[in-house]
Structures are given as structure tokens and as C-alpha cells.
Design a protein around this ligand. Structure first.
Ligand code: NAD
Ligand code: UDP
Length: 321
């Protein structure tokens, strides 16, 4: 693959998107980052702004794309743009539905114009509250289309359907990943997801907020592992959908225990009501990613949380002593 490839990353100022900007810049690519900063942060990309191969444009992908973005011809278009944290996508409910539909369509049209390869960040949420465990790509899911998580789950399902049509109707090269819970440095401490909540609470010596009895499970992937998987998928001809996640599964209580131990805090647990439609279990079957991309995660939850806690300490200005 050419070193000087032109890459457009939508949602590039977000948590995962900013890691992708960094990784592609390190490969020598030209990176155009577009983001409306609704849930992302300019501080995530501050360190790249002076790099000659990097440009940032404050753009809402649901609007028609501006000339400063469309004047470039792209080899790869990566769509990470969407609120992703439940409290954020519930607050930005209509925006979340529209970015999955109109925003994705605008980027697909640009990819068609350039004959670019299109990567899309779909989600394990397309499986809803799964009745099949662990989840294989062939599972159609158990999603409530009329509930408090529907704006996110259905937006992502719509995106997948739209991508399928663009691929089959127009012959566009597309690669769709179903990403499972990912964490790491660069997360917004105010994001509202479980890892960022628990770490900020633990470092402040506050109780950890367990929703429900904490027996629900998630499988947490360290961001560096995920980024490698995304880049492999983008560089391949693989269509997907393909699960990208770490198959090591933990209850929310086990996660809380690990964070309390690693943060060295005396924080207690505080139970809150379980949100409606909160999935009870989630674990990726990644045999397809192993076979098609020769990819699997390497970083254990223990090691990844250690690095993430160090990042939060620095970000929040909390000494480790
Ligand atoms: P994030 O909120 O940190 O990043 C999303 C970025 O998209 C933000 O910078 C936001 O400002 C931007 N954005 C939102 N709407 C936009 C719009 N209309 N136009 C332009 N930019 C817009 O979230 P993240 O965790 O980095 O997630 C990135 C992508 O990966 C999302 O599409 C998300 O659905 C998907 N994903 C993430 C996870 C995870 O665990 N982090 C899991 C599954 C899927
Ligand atoms: N959760 C929790 N306490 C929190 C935040 C989340 O117990 O402060 C739970 C939440 O109910 C869910 C799991 O942790 O069961 C993961 O939540 P998150 O919002 O990170 O992502 P989800 O996988 O639900 O989209």
C-alpha cells in the first residue's frame, strides 16, 4: 500500500478516531480529520495540528460536505462519526439517528465519487440484548426498535443496510466492523460509559455507581488492539460485518473490583437502577477476524486498565501518591 495515501477520518476528534489519526500519521499517510466535536474533543487531536500531513475541519457530516473537504481525492474514508456513550446518544437522540443515516450516506457518496475504500464503525449494539452467546456475525440480534437505546442501535443497523446497498448496487469497496466495548487513554472523563465513570469515581475516592446488581457482562477491548484491527480491515478487501472486540468477558462487578484494586482506593459500591433495555451479556466471537484479518487482541483487561488509570490520573491532575 502507498505510504502517502489520503485518508478521511470522520469522527477523528473522538476517542477511537483520534487514535486512528495518530496511527495513520505514524504510517506516513495524509490524514484529513472531520468532526463536529459534539462528543469529541479538540484536545484529542491538538498534538497533530502542526503536522504537515494532518488537517482538521469542523464539519457536521449530516450537512453537505464543504469544499475544503471535497477538494481532496481520498483513497480511504473511515466513518467513526456518531455519539457512542448511552447518556450522550440519548441526549443527542435525533442527531444520532441522522448521523447513522444522512451522515453515512454523505460519506458513502464521497467514497463513490473517489472509488475509495469505505470503513464503517458499527457496533455490538446491533445484537441488542443477545439471546445467543457469544455473538457471531450471523446472529440477527434482539433489538427493541422502540425504546431508550433504539436511536443508537437502529441508526447503526440502518447504516449497515445502507452500506450493503451501496456495495451491491454500486460496487463500492466497503468494510464494516462491529466494535465491542473499547476503552483506553483519550476517553473523555465525562463520557458516561462504565470504564470512565468507574475510574474517575475511584480516583476521587467516591463510590462506584453499579447499575442493577452488576451481574451483566461486557467484554472490554483496549484501544490499541482495536485500532490495529480497524487498520487491518481497512487495508483488506474484507466486507464484514466482522466483530472486533476482546472475547474476555467480565461482569460489571468484576470490572469495579479490578479498578478499585488498580487505583488503590477505598471506594465502596453504590447500586443504582438498571437502565431499561441494558443488555445482560455481551461477548464477541472473533473467529472471523482471526481467520480473515489474522487479528486478535493482545492487551489484558488488567494491563489496559493500568494504562488507562495512568492517563486519567494525568488528565485529572491526580498524583499517584
Ligand atoms: P466518541 O464519541 O469519542 O467519538 C465519536 C466522534 O464523532 C466524536 O468526536 C463526535 O464529535 C463525532 N461526531 C458525532 N456526530 C458527528 C457528526 N454529525 N458529524 C461529525 N462528527 C460527528 O466515540 P468513540 O468511542 O470514539 O466511538 C467512535 C465510533 O465507534 C462511533 O461510531 C461508535 O458508535 C463506534 N463504536 C464505539 C465503541 C466503543 O466502545 N468506544 C463500541 C462500538 C462502536
Ligand atoms: N454501567 C454501570 N455504571 C456506570 C455506567 C455503566 O454499572 O456508571 C453499566 C451499564 O449499565 C452497562 C455496562 O456498565 O451494563 C456498560 O455500560 P456502558 O455505558 O459503558 O456501555 P454499553 O455497553 O451499555 O453501551
Amino acid at each position: 500500500m502507498r505510504k502517502d495515501k489520503q485518508i478521511l477520518i470522520a469522527g477523528g476528534a473522538g476517542f477511537i478516531g483520534s487514535h486512528l489519526c495518530e496511527a495513520y500519521l505514524a504510517e506516513g499517510a495524509h490524514v484529513t480529520c472531520i468532526d463536529n466535536t459534539s462528543t469529541g474533543r479538540k484536545q484529542n487531536i491538538r498534538q497533530f495540528i502542526k503536522e504537515p500531513n494532518f488537517s482538521f475541519h469542523q464539519v457536521d457530516i449530516c450537512e453537505s460536505l464543504p469544499a475544503e473537504v471535497t477538494k481532496q481525492k481520498y483513497d480511504f474514508i473511515l466513518n467513526l462519526a456518531s455519539p457512542a456513550s448511552p447518556p450522550k446518544y440519548q441526549e443527542l437522540a435525533i442527531e444520532t439517528l441522522l448521523v447513522g443515516a444522512i451522515g453515512t450516506k454523505n460519506l458513502l457518496d464521497l467514497a463513490r465519487r473517489d472509488n475509495a475504500r469505505f470503513f464503517h464503525a458499527s457496533t455490538s449494539e446491533v445484537y441488542g440484548d443477545p439471546t445467543v452467546h457469544p455473538q457471531l456475525e450471523s446472529y440477527y440480534g434482539n433489538v427493541n426498535s422502540y425504546g431508550p437505546r433504539a436511536m443508537y442501535d437502529e441508526a447503526k443497523r440502518f447504516s449497515e443496510a445502507l452500506i450493503y446497498v451501496y456495495r451491491n448496487k454500486y460496487g463500492l469497496s466497503t468494510g464494516t466492523a462491529r466494535i465491542f466495548n473499547t476503552y483506553g487513554p483519550g476517553m473523555d472523563p465525562e463520557d458516561g460509559r462504565v470504564v470512565s465513570n468507574f475510574i474517575t469515581q475511584a480516583l476521587a475516592g467516591k463510590p462506584l455507581t453499579i447499575y442493577g446488581d452488576g451481574s451483566q457482562t461486557r467484554s472490554f477491548c483496549y484501544v490499541d488492539d482495536l485500532v490495529k484491527g480497524i487498520m487491518k480491515l481497512a487495508a483488506s478487501d474484507e466486507e464484514g460485518p466482522i466483530n472486533l472486540g476482546n472475547p474476555s468477558e467480565f461482569t460489571v462487578l468484576e470490572l469495579a473490583d479490578q479498578i478499585i484494586e488498580l487505583a488503590g482506593t477505598q471506594s465502596k459500591l453504590e447500586h443504582h437502577p438498571l437502565p431499561v433495555n441494558d443488555p445482560t451479556q455481551r461477548q464477541p466471537n472473533i473467529s472471523k477476524a482471526k481467520a480473515k484479518l489474522a487479528w486478535e487482541p493482545r492487551v489484558s483487561l488488567h494491563d489496559g486498565l493500568g494504562k488507562t488509570i495512568t492517563y486519567f490520573r494525568e488528565t485529572l491532575g491526580i498524583s499517584s501518591y
